[in-house]
Design a protein around this ligand. Structure first.
Ligand SMILES: [Zn+2]
Length: 333
């Protein structure tokens, strides 16, 4: 059982699940296709869900159950998820590999990850029931239904008729951990480690303008308005800013996560970083025709100095470069 990417002739893609014979698993595929095209979910969502469903089906296969019997025992699946590392839960696990976890063993997956896997599995089961390919009793095993008689009057419906509420029965408690953002000193140290204007722009776009890596990667040159007054360009937003626009089907695979377009104000540091990057980029003739702000040409990926992009091989795609940059920032927290 493995997740697998399907690219349709239209260019749109989604992830599905293949079985050991590399055949599509029909009920999983129906759900993932519905998620992508019926609910307009992101390709990355179907990827995460397909991975989670593949895990569930691997557990079913390795414990000798069909998937409906597995759905009746999600509690056991949760225990397996928490303790089965790659050697027992991976695609290439040895046949007969067993989970051995003693007291004090570090869990293989966090509570948050287990809950995320369960969300995908529940979605698939409910979809199969809705389509009529699985018995309806499975849904009752997944959700707890309660009426609202125990709620205060203010929280009940206005017309006095009984209401119902539903919650998932299988769920781990996720410990709250406060997020510690990078201090200015961390960002400065990171900037000091950069070896090119492009790297510095990447760091500043994420640190000062708060862009996600997919958003920075998807920036087109027309999205950046660095003038004090951009009305000449047909934009009413005052001062230097850039527009984060979600575009599906970017050739470099970048997707802005949010569907809502937004304008992000830029301070003088980021504007200066744009300036010096522009000079650097002008020195790479092949980058001139590219519409992306961050050109895919290896203009400075070969940089010999230590820096954000240093750990990457020259063949690494820009996406990976961003990933390395982001991982570094997270590690520096
Ligand atoms: Zn604008």
């Amino acid at each position: 059982m493995r997740a697998f990417m399907v690219r349709l002739p239209s260019g749109a893609g989604y992830w599905t699940v293949l079985d050991e014979e590399l055949a599509v698993v029909p009920f999983a595929d129906a759900f993932l296709r519905h998620l992508r095209f019926g609910r307009d979910g992101a390709e990355s969502t179907t990827r995460a869900y397909a991975g989670a469903i593949a895990l569930f089906l691997r557990w079913c296969a390795r414990t000798g159950k069909d998937w409906q019997a597995g759905a009746e025992q999600l509690g056991l699946f949760m225990t397996w998820l928490a303790h089965a590392g790659p050697a027992a839960s991976g695609i290439d696990a040895e046949p007969g590999a067993v989970v051995l976890a003693g007291p004090g063993a570090v869990p293989a997956r966090s509570a948050r990850r287990v809950n995320a896997v369960l969300t995908a599995v529940r979605g698939m089961i409910v979809h199969a029931v809705t389509e009529g390919t699985a018995p309806g009793r499975l849904v009752r095993l997944l959700f707890e239904v309660a009426d609202d008689a125990d709620l205060p009057a203010a929280a009940r419906g206005e017309d006095g008729s009984p209401g119902w509420r539903v919650r998932a029965r299988h769920r781990l408690h996720e410990p709250q951990r406060p997020v510690d953002r990078a201090a200015d000193a961390d960002i400065v140290a990171l900037l000091g480690g950069c070896c090119s204007a492009r790297d510095r722009l990447i760091v500043l776009l994420m640190a000062r303008a708060g862009l996600r890596r997919g958003e920075a990667l998807g920036l087109r040159r027309g999205d950046v308005h660095l003038l004090t007054d951009s009305r000449e360009l047909g934009c009413e937003v005052a001062r230097a800013h850039l527009h984060v626009v979600r575009r599906d089907g970017n050739p470099n695979g970048a997707v802005a996560k949010s569907r809502r377009e937004r304008a992000v104000p830029l301070d003088f540091l980021v504007v200066q970083a744009f300036d010096s990057y522009e000079f650097e980029r002008m020195g790479v003739p092949a980058a001139a025709s590219g519409d992306f702000v961050l050109s895919r040409h290896p203009d400075n990926t070969y940089c010999p100095e230590p820096g954000v992009i240093r750990t990457l091989s020259p063949e690494a795609a820009l996406e990976q470069a961003f990933f390395a940059g982001e991982v570094r920032i997270i590690f520096w927290l």
